[in-house]
Design a protein around this ligand. Structure first.
Ligand SMILES: [Cu+2]
Length: 267
């Protein structure tokens, strides 16, 4: 006859095994279209697995308890009162502490790898002055790759639209066009209330705050058209505040840019 703790270890191992299998084989996220996406998805997978272990474990425990501790025929009252269980209290303090500490440190590491901890004011061509304060954002990743160009774009957010200004071409577009596999830097400002620019396929999101410019750096890796969504409740038509980002091959991007370029016409 096998002992109780043997079964318990077996069940816990099965729950952890199943959770890992689901976490690594079932993808709930949209396509990965920027260099940030695979980094972010590592963290998501880990959080998803931790959530699954807790969800499956607790559900099984509740179902087990429903049968095991069911009121017996003729039973009156709740049974003997329990008071304190030091071993249990130590376990349920230590395990969550380790999990939370791990998730905290791991999130920091992911944010750092995405460029979130790098200096924001660094070599940004759209700065009005070197003293202009950038409030928040994601900086360039120092990945030692050389990019043929840096594309700088200014984003204005207002109730209820995004506008994309291309300073080098002196034109404004309602769609964000960017070349694939190049570093893009966008500087964002709001004309009225707080908005947020969110591109799910890139796994990036940043608040846009009136009077406080913010910056996002990213490198798209997949040609395609993806949604840009305002992710900050900004008024009655917030739900309709959407735009598109179009990631193109360099030559297609150049064609589009040259068609819209106003600085050449004026020259
Ligand atoms: Cu908005």
């Amino acid at each position: 006859m096998l002992s109780k703790s043997y079964y318990l270890i077996l069940i816990i191992s099965a729950i952890i095994g199943i959770s890992f299998w689901i976490g690594f084989n079932i993808n709930l996220l949209p396509t990965e279209a920027s260099i940030n996406a695979p980094i972010y998805d590592e963290l998501f997978k880990i959080l998803f697995i931790i959530g699954l272990i807790l969800f499956i474990g607790m559900t099984l425990l509740v179902i087990y308890s429903l049968f095991k501790f069911r009121k017996k025929v003729g039973q009156i009252g709740d049974g003997i009162a329990l008071e304190g269980n030091l071993r249990l209290e130590i376990i349920w303090t230590i395990i969550p502490s380790i999990i939370i500490l791990f998730v905290g440190l791991y999130s920091y590491n992911i944010y750092d790898r995405m460029g979130g901890m790098n200096e924001l004011n660094h070599n940004h061509e759209l700065m009005n002055s070197s003293s202009e304060k950038i409030w928040a954002g994601i900086s360039k990743v120092s990945d030692n790759k050389s990019y043929a160009r840096n594309t700088n774009i200014e984003v204005s957010a207002m109730q209820f639209a995004f506008l994309f200004n291309y300073p080098e071409g002196e034109f404004i577009s309602g769609e964000l066009h960017v070349p694939v596999d190049q570093q893009i830097s966008i500087k964002m400002e709001s004309k009225d209330v707080i908005h947020a620019l969110w591109i799910p396929e890139f796994r990036i999101k940043q608040d846009i705050i009136p009077g406080q410019p913010t910056i996002l750096n990213f490198t798209p890796t997949k040609v395609g058209k993806y949604p840009i969504i305002c992710a900050e409740l900004c008024g009655p038509y917030h739900g309709g505040m959407r735009a598109s980002i179009i990631v193109e091959e360099s030559s297609d991007y150049d064609n589009w840019f040259n068609q819209n370029n106003k600085s050449e016409v004026n020259a």
